[in-house]
Ligand binder design. Structure first.
Ligand code: CDP
Length: 246
């Protein structure tokens, strides 16, 4: 966000370095139920980001002091693999991963019917295999598919995507260069049926008008992401039915 570059991020025709238009998101691929031994799972790619998510639970919360007698707690572990970024990342938990885990847990808690499972924990493991900006959105998008795949009752799915600004232009779904050398990054996650916002952060600077324009693009794109999430779940369910009848 604070970096400087001579590189042109958006050219005069409004085309970005990866060939996208300003309001275009990266290609998204979502697959549900990719891990046999997890209760639910999801593999997701958005552009060069690659994310794997596994869900276990609801199961008894062993750590008594964390138990909630009224509802389940959602424990998220967001982890960036050492080989996921260009400079080798030091393995293990750091401040950034703790913060991202917490905000993903809070976003998911808004839709998961945690009140149905008191005293339990729902464990969500998010592994960032390859990162190219937007991993918290990719991780959250994958996590809500994995939770649905685990059969955990939810009010809705949670799509997440960022808008932002680079080269003075408002953009949808920033890539690494745009994130590094741009002026603003605004990840957002919504509940599509109500358009409620469950995650919103802003790093950098934008005018109110630019932010409103960016949020409009992000909402529209988030609804499209939700359709892809539902498609992935439907595909998994249809394949399973086919396998059962064979
Ligand atoms: O990934 P996200 O945009 O949610 O979070 P960020 O903290 O804004 O990081 C932006 C990008 O910087 C990541 O997606 C990675 O590509 C990169 N990054 C990195 O190269 N090394 C790190 N230790 C952290 C982030």
């Amino acid at each position: 966000m604070s970096g400087h570059t001579d590189m042109v991020l958006v050219n005069e025709e409004g085309i970005r370095i990866d060939g996208r238009k300003t309001d275009e998101k990266r290609n998204i691929k979502i697959e549900a139920g990719v891990l046999k031994n997890a209760d639910g799972s999801c593999y997701l790619e958005i552009g060069k980001n690659k994310v794997l998510c596994a869900v276990y639970g609801p199961r008894e919360c062993r750590m008594r002091h964390l138990q909630d007698p009224t509802k389940a707690i959602i424990t998220v572990k967001y982890n960036m693999e050492t080989y996921s970024v260009s400079d080798r990342k030091r393995p293990g938990t750091d401040r950034r991963s703790v913060e991202i885990s917490k905000l993903i847990s809070e976003a998911l808690s808004a839709v998961v019917m945690t009140e149905l499972y008191p005293r339990t924990t729902i464990d969500v493991y998010i592994e960032i295999l390859q990162a190219n900006a937007g991993t918290r959105c990719a991780g959250l998008t994958a996590a809500s598919v994995a939770l649905a795949d685990a059969g955990i009752p939810m009010r809705d799915i949670v799509p997440a995507i960022a808008c932002g600004k680079a080269d003075g232009k408002v953009l949808l779904d920033l890539n690494k260069e745009e994130d590094n050398f741009g002026q603003a990054d605004v990840p957002i996650a919504i509940v599509p049926s109500t358009d409620e916002i469950v995650l919103l952060q802003m790093d950098g600077n934008m005018t109110r008008e630019e932010l409103e324009y960016g949020l409009d693009m992000a909402f529209k794109a988030a609804h499209e992401v939700a359709d892809l999430q539902k498609d992935a779940l439907l595909r998994k369910y249809t394949n399973k039915k086919k396998e059962a009848s064979e």
